[in-house]
Design a protein around this ligand. Structure first.
Ligand SMILES: CCCCC/C=C\C/C=C\C/C=C\C/C=C\CCCC(=O)SCCNC(=O)CCNC(=O)[C@H](O)C(C)(C)COP(=O)(O)OP(=O)(O)OC[C@H]1O[C@@H](n2cnc3c(N)ncnc32)[C@H](O)[C@@H]1OP(=O)(O)O
Length: 194
């Protein structure tokens, strides 16, 4: 079962996604979008440290190795952590569209348990775009890019302006992010150079 929710079905007038002319080249590592991000940030000791790489078209691959701090049941990854890995991979697709977007809906199928020590190989692609709505899908496979499927997700991301984060984030982190010229320049560039 996957993608059955009406909220995840693109409308009839949805368009095929278009890779942005300035998107990172296929094979290029994307790096963290924020160093404190639980999904990809290098400064989060218990985070997933997920590393995403641009693919062809509007697609991404990513890897995440399950560590002991990610357990739910003894020796097994927590389902919410696996959903985070899918969410982060799907969110990374926005680099290829050069769009800032947040997760509106994420539907996850958990197909196989994922033991600690496993490297999950994730692959995601945008399937359709309708106005601010970005439809996408992802899988996570055990041990290799062609390994057994452990998790699957379908998602709807909604495009937002940088002000979404400024309006809703906690002041101290916003101030720190604003003082990081790379962070704010990157985010603004997405808005003024669509
Ligand atoms: C200063 C710092 C800057 C930092 C940013 C810098 C760089 C970022 C760059 C790149 C990012 C790269 C990688 C990111 C990787 C991973 C990130 C992980 C992603 C997340 O982890 S992110 C956190 C979780 N996420 C949220 O925190 C969202 C909370 N939420 C809201 O903030 C609002 O809810 C919002 C904005 C989503 C919508 O609000 P809104 O008022 O703007 O729009 P509205 O409600 O009108 O929806 C418009 C159309 O979407 C439809 N729609 C909406 N929601 C739906 C749903 N759930 N199901 C089905 N359809 C839905 C409506 O039905 C309507 O459809 P229609 O147009 O057809 O009527």
């Amino acid at each position: 079962m996957s993608g059955t929710s009406p909220g995840l079905t693109p409308p009839a007038d949805a368009k095929q996604p278009a890779r942005h002319a300035d998107a990172p080249a296929p094979g290029e590592l994307l790096g963290a979008h924020y160093d404190q991000c639980f999904g990809c940030g290098g400064d989060q000791p218990h985070g997933l440290h997920l590393a995403a790489r641009a693919g062809e078209g509007v697609s991404i691959t990513a890897e995440f190795t399950v560590r002991p701090e990610h357990q739910g049941a003894p020796g097994l990854a927590h389902g919410g952590v696996l959903a985070t890995a899918l969410d982060e991979t799907l969110g990374s697709l926005n680099w290829l569209l050069r769009t800032i977007a947040v997760t509106g809906r994420l539907e996850t199928d958990f197909v196989r348990p994922v033991p600690v020590g496993t490297t999950l190989h994730l692959a995601a692609e945008v399937t359709a775009v309708a106005g601010r709505k970005i439809y996408s899908t992802a899988t996570g496979r055990i041990g290799a890019p062609d390994g057994p499927v452990a998790v699957r997700a379908d998602a709807l991301f909604i495009e937002v302006k940088v002000d979404h984060f400024i309006d809703h984030g906690r002041e101290e982190e916003i101030r720190a992010a604003m003082e990081d010229p790379d962070q704010i320049r990157r985010a603004r560039a997405f808005e003024v150079n669509p």
